[in-house]
Design a protein around this ligand. Sequence first.
Ligand code: HEC
Ligand code: HEC
Ligand code: HEC
Ligand code: HEC
Length: 267
Amino acid sequence: MGAWCLTALLLVLLAPVPAGADPGRQLCLTCHPAHYARLGGCTVCHRGNPASERKNIAHQRLIAGRYARFTLKDDRQLRQGIRLLEQYACRRCHVTAGRGNRLAASLDRAAARKTPEQLALSIQRPVAAMPDFGLDDERTTQIVNALLAGAQGRTADDDTPVAVHFNIAAHTGRDIFSQQCGACHRLLSQRSGALGRGNIGPNLSGLLSVYYPRTFRGSEAWTSRKLGVWLKNPRAVRPWALMRPVTLTDNELVELVSILQVAADLQ
Ligand code: HEC
Ligand code: HEC
Ligand code: HEC
Ligand code: HEC
């Protein structure tokens, strides 16, 4: 297969270029056979620069085959990717396909500006304020396809900039979350940026928004009232809960909720 490809490639490369070749022609075809021709030109799905026969120029901003699957209608990899975005609740921090909290960078904007390889790297080697989901290459590729699909047809500048994230070390750590929850949980908050440093409990970013998984009593969304019930006695809500009760005054609970809250206009 490889040898055949190479021979074919050499034959194409050695063929004389006709003088005055049609400038509108996709020069990708000098090196590659056509496929999916009925669905559009090469650059519709792969980006790239069709005006050059030089590979390095032709491949500018190229989308490799594995990241181009989102261009096929009803692709299994794409469906998996969309499912994973839900499963890991990426929208509790990011906007993708126009929906989500704006606690971190818009992934519609990132997908328009970064290469798929850069997106994959950001997911597999996340910054400190993003959970490490331990995703393998296959699932990361599926997610990147879902991000590219979500960004399709959206302009990169149609969203407001996100808050700058304080780095954890620089933060005073005097807020109620850092003091009472931060040893076990992390939180990307709208008000104070990245808080907490523990990974024993789940990352609580966007807990009180519609994008957080519905994990209260198995299938209910969290509210400030339900959070109060949980903190008083987690085992009254979830029989095998590992978290111990945390006693807060009414004022402290109000303060905590205000840190957890994501403004509705940021959703
Ligand atoms: C000069 C020959 C040449 C031209 C012109 C060219 N390619 Fe390629 N392309 C290659 C070669 C060789 C490879 C094998 C991988 C490599 O060396 O990068 C390749 C690989 C690819 C891949 C697979 C990349 C991957 O990682 O899976 C895609 C997709 C692709 N090319 C698309 C295009 C498109 C679209 C164009 C036009 C915009 C184009 N190529 C123009 C030679 C070319
Ligand atoms: C409708 C979208 C679409 C169009 C149009 C399209 N491709 Fe692809 N291409 C894909 C997908 C998806 C893959 C991944 C493999 C697959 O599903 O066939 C791919 C894979 C490739 C590969 C890598 C092959 C491999 O097996 O790794 C090359 C090279 C390539 N395309 C070149 C081109 C060129 C050149 C054109 C223009 C003649 C083109 N493609 C047009 C979607 C498209
Ligand atoms: C707890 C919040 C949080 C969650 C949940 C989260 N991320 Fe992130 N993500 C971040 C932060 C913070 C950054 C760094 C950029 C910034 O500060 O906005 C980031 C960066 C990224 C980037 C790079 C963006 C760019 O502009 O280069 C990608 C891609 C990304 N995340 C994908 C994902 C995916 C996919 C998921 C779900 C599997 C996910 N993230 C879940 C917080 C989060
Ligand atoms: C000593 C560690 C520890 C501390 C301190 C702690 N938690 Fe937890 N928390 C956990 C663990 C472990 C879980 C995992 C779920 C379980 O216990 O079943 C959890 C679960 C949760 C959940 C359920 C999330 C979900 O999706 O299932 C919420 C909400 C929560 N904690 C809020 C808080 C808040 C708010 C504070 C501070 C007031 C806090 N926790 C302090 C360890 C802790």
